[in-house]
Design a protein around this ligand. Sequence first.
Ligand code: GLN
Length: 483
Amino acid sequence: MHQLTLAEIARGLADKSFSAEELTTTLLARINSLDPQLNSFITVTDELAVQQARAADARRAAGESGALLGAPIAHKDLFCTQGVRTSCASKMLDNFTAPYDATVVAKLAAAGMVTLGKTNMDEFAMGSANESSHYGAVKNPWNLEHVPGGSSGGSAAAVAARLTPVATGTDTGGSIRQPAALTSLTGLKPTYGRVSRWGMIAYASSLDQGGPMARTAEDCALLLQGMAGFDANDSTSIDEPVPDYSASLNASLQGLRIGIPKEYFGAGLDPRIAEQVQASIQELQKLGAVIKEISLPNMQHAIAAYYVIAPAEASSNLSRFDGVRFGYRCDNPKDLTDLYKRSRGEGFGVEVQRRIMVGAYALSAGYYDAYYLKAQKIRRLIKNDFMAAFEGVDLILGPTTPNLAWKLGAKGNDPVAAYLEDVYTITANLAGLPGLSMPAGFVDGLPVGVQLLAPYFQEARLLNVAHRYQQVTDWHTRAPNGF
Ligand code: GLN
């Protein structure tokens, strides 16, 4: 039963091949026996899951239907879940029980989804390897000595290992797409404003966006359907109608213009990944797509701009963790300053502290123009590059990551080496565009992902192309050994 995709689960529940309760208990047993190898969950919500599953079965028995009714999910541990610890993988929030549900959690629960638990992540979503968690690193199910990517590494590992059919993730600079690539999943970062950020603990508010992580594009379509939509509680939520994402999955790709940015294939890209990307381009050509070379000239400045803007916003967002209102408080503070200093110094890990310091520095009076303002100007140039490119193409394609999943600890002492892994993903966050990573092969037993980028609100096009590709390839169907 654990091999079923979300779409297959929906059919199985509808035709009563199994109940939500049976499926839930099967997956909880798998989590209990297999997750110690992976460390993909911070909290398993056994009791809540069984309760929700029974309630979903009762709703079905009473005549209700719906693709998500009774289907299991795990939430990244930065989505607030009422009555359940929501830790952001930080010692700072280890003792924090959320008093309310994030909009995404509430919407999916209302649709009848069953919450199996909360997944591990990089602390406050800062990282690309899922090694900065207070609860320890997550292992990649494809090779337990390698990282699963980050920051949604727990969600990625759990879905890849068939512990849950789908999970939520968030993507500030690549944290859905990069771990999806490194674990052979399909992961979608929606257009900024498409999915509510309310109740999603903030890292960098102008970049953060929640989205679905699944094995197939078809499943991402079903899950996004339940997540997307206007929310008056999020001031950057956009009031655009939500299309039926499943309806256009099978649309023809005949004549679809795909742009390949020449900058994506320069030095720094593992040539074995480049080969797999070329092979995926050929598959899409066979399906009728037309390939054009394009240029995104300002891409080279993206990492520098991102690592000013994201820390700047983080330094402001994380100022609320002061040891007074909620979260960690140091023992026996001498006075108020000591309380602030030690609560934050003891509660935050090293990467989070590094980002807060970088951000506060970039925003300080003497450096604001030189760093923050400059980075915002680059952000606009990057957006303009995309707008110009989308005048001639319908979609942009390239590798999701420059390298394969690396060994645990390999980049531990070199934060900049980890930052460089985001080179292909962060431009979409800076521009607010939707992006998807899909499985496109293996090198040495480790997964390779291909990234698709589309104009604003064209999530359906991304899902359509990925779905058509998945009908003629089988990378997304393969399971890691032992799972
Ligand atoms: N790796 C990037 C960072 O550390 C992106 C993380 C994310 O998307 N949350 O900021």
